[in-house]
Design a protein around this ligand. Structure first.
Ligand code: XLS
Ligand code: NI
Ligand code: NI
Length: 476
């Protein structure tokens, strides 16, 4: 495939879940619902779909949980508190199924084909009915997913205020945003990035947009705020002053921290690493790169990381590697729960259905003592070919059950203790006087040389890799 076609594929994939509502049409068999353009239409959006309940592993009901039992206690904590699930507004309510070769495939009955304010409000009602029926307590959004742009920034902010006021009412006392964020990548003004744009006016506009997005997240009681790099990166270094762009990004984040403090927003700021897409090289490449950036600019105490599994594999790591790298640096804040396809090289954002991967993910989460105030956001979209409203529920149910199963398996492994015993033994030579001296930074090269000569050739034990894999498998 030519580079041009590949680039087009990458670009289109990024926008595939965004505002492409214009091409939607209203199915003929939906009667009054489509015709009614009032945002205050309050009918049932998912008739015939009951509240999703736990029925246990033997259930054959596609609209029931088989492994996720919210109130069940695992390792001293309720499953719902380990998992803190969240629905992503953009995939669930703005995803159309468009792909590089084809038009949208999803025509939800409540959509009228417009990006109007009335439509935004109706969609918000659908969102909360969905969340309530699924039985989760959290949702995530970008500013521009939930409300349409106006002609000026003031008008756009007013649109956002109107939709967010409705969202606040619909949230009730139970539902809150896990996080909010600003969409700094769809509009053409952001073609060179937001905080790293070469154009000063764009930097200022991005700042104004993020300021507003932090305000509405705060107003809705959001627990975190996410910075995903959007188009913060470069296509070629030939025309890019990388040092200046990174300095600008740091200044932008510093200003965001100052503003958060000014308005008393106590949510955690999270950066979401991603290696490429839409730019060839995104500045927040992976957890280690982002950690280095935060340390260099003295921002390490103000941020944590939102690790997305599909981004992890795009950067050539496993999700487990990225989670562990974040955890050992004290930066594991949230997980965008999705997965890529081993044969497609983009951010396909599929629901995680691999039990073994979910078990590794949950091992990290347990070792981290949980994720709160972060959680698991389903940054995941239905496959293009899954086109029924019911599929929206099934996608989330299978994603939740997979992580619930991962939690159960990880707990089994931890309670069994054989794997941690294998790891403990592997390093036991360091549980000695010299080992303690080394680990305390008190063994110099003279001392080590003396020991090496005294001991002669060391005996190197087996790594027991297959045994570790065998033990892991026994928990699945
Ligand atoms: C895109 C990102 C995006 C962030 C929120 O690849 O995953 O969806 O999570 O802006
Ligand atoms: Ni994400
Ligand atoms: Ni992503």
């Amino acid at each position: 495939m030519s580079e041009r076609v590949l680039f087009l594929l990458l670009c289109l994939n990024v926008v595939s879940y965004l505002v492409i509502a214009e091409t939607q049409t209203c199915p003929a068999d939906l009667g009054g619902k489509c015709a009614d353009d009032s945002g205050d239409w309050e009918g049932e959006f998912f008739p015939g779909i009951p509240e999703v309940k736990y029925e246990g592993p033997s259930s054959k009901n596609p609209l029931a949980y088989k492994w996720y039992n919210a109130e069940e206690v695992i390792l001293g904590k309720k499953m719902k508190d380990w998992l803190r699930f969240s629905v992503a507004f953009w995939h669930t309510f703005r995803g159309t199924g468009v792909d590089p070769f084809g038009a949208p495939t999803k025509f939800w009955p409540w959509e009228d084909g417009t990006n109007s304010l009335a439509m935004a409000k109706r969609r918000m009602r659908a969102n909360f009915e969905f969340i309530n029926k699924l039985g989760v307590d959290r949702w995530c959004f970008h500013d521009r997913d939930v409300a349409p742009d106006g002609n000026t920034l003031e008008e756009t902010n007013a649109n956002l205020d109107e939709v967010v006021a409705l969202a606040k009412e619909l949230q009730g006392s139970k539902i809150r945003p896990l996080w909010g964020t600003a969409q700094l990548f769809v509009h053409p003004r952001y073609m060179h990035g937001g905080a790293t744009s070469s154009e000063l006016g764009v930097y200022a506009y991005a700042a104004a947009q993020v300021k507003k997005a932090i305000e509405v997240t705060h107003y809705l009681g959001g627990e975190n705020y996410v910075f995903w790099g959007g188009r913060e990166g470069y296509q070629t270094l030939l025309n890019t002053d990388m040092e200046r762009e990174l300095d600008h990004l740091a200044r932008f984040l510093e200003a965001a921290v100052a503003y958060k403090k000014k308005i008393g927003f106590n949510g955690t700021f999270l950066i979401e690493p991603k290696p490429q897409e839409p730019t060839k090289h995104q500045y927040d490449w992976d957890v280690a790169t982002t950690t280095n950036f935060l340390r260099k600019y003295g921002l390490i105490d103000e941020f944590k990381l939102n690790v997305e599994c599909n981004h992890a594999t795009l950067s050539g790591h496993s999700c487990h590697h990225e989670l562990e790298t974040a955890r050992i640096n004290g930066l594991l804040g949230n997980i965008d729960a999705n997965t890529g396809d081993p044969q497609i090289g983009w951010d396909t954002d599929q629901f995680l259905t691999d039990i073994s991967e979910a078990t590794l993910v949950m091992l990290s989460v347990i070792r981290n003592g949980g994720l709160a105030p972060g959680g698991f956001n389903f940054d995941a979209k239905l496959r293009r070919e899954s086109t029924e409203v019911e599929d929206l529920f099934i996608g989330h149910i299978v994603g939740m059950d997979t992580l619930a199963r991962g939690l159960r398996n990880a707990a089994k492994l931890i309670e069994d203790g054989t794997l941690s015993e294998l790891v403990r033994k592997r390093y036991s030579s360091f549980d000695s006087q010299l080992g303690a001296q080394i680990e305390a930074g008190k063994a110099d090269f003279d001392l080590l040389e003396k020991k090496a000569m005294e001991w002669g050739e060391p005996k190197v034990p087996s790594a027991k890799q297959e045994l570790a894999e065998m033990i892991f498998q026994s928990a699945l």
